[in-house]
Ligand binder design. Structure first.
Ligand code: GLP
Length: 242
């Protein structure tokens, strides 16, 4: 695992965007991106947008797969991850919407939707680079502590801490869905490269556990230790417990 500590979040985003751009160029005209929601990658997306607008990165034929989706939010719900990804990734980067995928959390057969998502990733040839944030409890995607290290896309319950953390996006804490569909840790590990980005002191303990702790299902992000091409890009505050 390569760990890069940057002076601040802006430098971290610039470096991370450079890494994503290199992988995309190496992948050819149809790169496959794995994209994450949350505040952590927003500056990275802004940097990528700058590269696209400057004409040095062509994502016109790129595909993207989101990590996860809430279960039960109707299509078009502003906090569904399909909408969040549309607002923060698809539109700014000018991706072709028909090539951007999120798990179908509103499907009547949720298990079939999970299998279909795995099949879609396979059909695209796999993910060239998976962008990841980290939850304060060490989750990646919505793989909460105790998730199987070999898990595939599936329905999961959200941990109380995660529901509390995400309550700010909903009218009241009760409106945060109880379940999600998330790529599994095994699915995430299949990506050719992983890029975890984190900023701020609130993530310092999780980063220390991911980077220096044991590889354990209690800290799902620690699975990155077993990936051949995992990069962690953080600012000094997120690195403060290393
Ligand atoms: C959610 C997402 C994760 C994300 C996490 C951290 O739970 N499912 O993919 O990494 O939030 O969010 P933030 O970056 O806003 O701290």
């Amino acid at each position: 695992m390569e760990v890069i500590i940057c002076a601040d979040a802006t430098e971290a985003a610039r470096l991370a965007a450079g890494k994503v751009a290199r992988v995309c160029r190496d992948a050819g005209p149809e790169p496959v991106l794995g994209v994450a929601t949350g505040s952590s990658p927003l500056k990275l997306y802004a940097e990528l947008t700058r590269l696209v607008e400057a004409g040095v990165l062509d994502l016109s034929r790129a595909s993207a797969f989101a990590l996860d989706e809430y279960v039960g939010l109707p299509p078009g719900h502003p906090e569904s991850y399909a909408e969040v990804i549309r607002r923060t990734v698809t539109e700014p980067l000018g991706l072709d919407q028909s090539r951007v995928h999120t798990p179908d959390g509103f499907a009547t057969d949720i298990h079939a939707a999970a299998s279909a998502y795995e099949a879609a990733i396979r059909a695209a040839g796999g993910i060239d680079i998976q962008i990841l944030g980290i939850g304060a409890n060490g989750h990646i995607g919505f793989n909460e502590p105790t998730s199987s290290l070999a898990s595939r896309t599936r329905i999961k319950s959200l941990a109380p801490r995660t529901r509390a953390d995400n309550a700010r996006f909903f009218g009241s804490p009760d409106e945060v869905p109880l379940h999600c569909l998330t790529q599994g840790l095994g699915t995430i590990m299949d990506a050719h490269a992983l890029l975890l980005i984190a900023q701020g002191e609130a993530k310092a303990a999780a980063i220390a556990a991911v980077v220096e702790g044991p590889l354990t299902a209690l800290v799902p992000g620690s699975v990155l230790q077993a990936h051949q091409h995992a990069t962690v890009i953080i600012d000094e505050a997120a690195a403060s417990e290393l």
